[in-house]
Design a protein. Structure first.
Ligand SMILES: [Zn+2]
Length: 109
């Protein structure tokens, strides 16, 4: 499962990313673009790096999210973006199960 996060991590540890990240935060006025939170901010790729690596350093492809909105978006990317709520809940469950499997299956529900 780590291969999904790999490309993004390769980008986010570069110095070029650090500079770009600051530009994105400044542009979004240091607030989550979804809920307006001003703490725990992260800069997200709107189109995931694994899908569009050529836009990894494109400021227009970046948005400021708080940790909560960011993890919700990441979960949605694991499934399909346009699901009805009940389908989404099921998809979230599958996502979580997949994640648990990759972390040694210690969590037995
Ligand atoms: Zn938020």
């Amino acid at each position: 499962m780590n291969r999904f996060r790999g490309p993004s991590r390769a980008v986010t540890k570069t110095r070029r990313w650090e500079a770009l990240r600051l530009q994105a935060l400044r542009r979004d006025d240091w607030a989550c673009v979804q809920c307006g939170a001003r703490s725990g901010l992260e800069v997200d790729h709107i189109q995931p790096v694994r899908d569009t690596p050529q836009r990894a350093y494109d400021l227009a492809n970046l948005q400021t999210l708080c940790g909560r909105c960011h993890s919700r978006k990441t979960r949605i990317e694991c499934g399909h973006p346009e699901l009805r709520p009940e389908r989404q809940a099921w998809r979230d469950l599958l996502c979580d199960m997949t994640r648990n499997l990759s972390s040694n299956g210690e969590q037995d529900a």
